[in-house]
Design a protein around this ligand. Structure first.
Ligand code: ADP
Ligand code: MG
Length: 153
């Protein structure tokens, strides 16, 4: 990922037809994580954001069965090859308040960590490390295919 961050044509997209396919895309991405990355995951309820984070966690060597949606806990921490912080901002107000509620500033100081944020768009203009921040959008729900796009901030 850090190499891709240096070029300007970093948009990528996939269409998946099952949760397993979405999981597999995420594992490919997860294998390239080196620490310090922020992944902003956007998409409606049921789009597959949590499935995607499970794929990231698997690639980092974490037991996927222990990855659950942090919609109530707000932040889950998984320690494996790197530390993965899994955040969900769904229940929080937009903007800086959301970032403060999850102590994002503190998490960002951990260079051995990857931060995956469901409902990342709720951060608004909160300052993030541009070269290492990726916006992942998932569209589609139910049994429909998902369009997954990846864009460097
Ligand atoms: P979110 O975190 O975005 O609210 P979840 O990952 O919790 O969504 O749930 C996604 C749901 O959609 C799961 O029940 C999953 O089995 C289902 N699903 C069906 N097709 C796909 C797909 N192509 N990719 C991801 N999830 C899918
Ligand atoms: Mg979720």
């Amino acid at each position: 990922m850090s190499q891709a961050a240096n070029d300007q044509t970093t948009d990528a997209g996939w269409i998946t037809h099952s949760p397993e396919e979405t999981f597999a895309i995420a594992t490919q991405l997860g294998a390239r994580l080196r620490g310090g990355e922020v992944l902003l995951l956007d998409g409606e309820l049921g789009a597959g954001k949590t499935v995607f984070v499970k794929g990231l966690a698997a690639a980092l060597g974490f037991d996927v069965d222990e990855v659950t949606s942090p919609s109530f806990t707000l932040v889950n921490r998984y320690d494996a090859r790197l530390t993965l912080y899994h955040l969900d901002l769904y229940r929080l107000p937009d903007g800086v308040g959301a970032a403060h509620s999850v102590d994002l500033e503190e998490l960002l100081t951990d260079e051995r960590a990857v931060i995956a944020i469901e409902w990342g768009e709720r951060l608004g203009a909160y300052p993030l490390p541009a070269q290492k921040t990726w916006r992942i959008n998932l569209t589609g729900d139910g049994d429909d295919p998902r369009l997954i796009t990846l864009r460097n901030e």
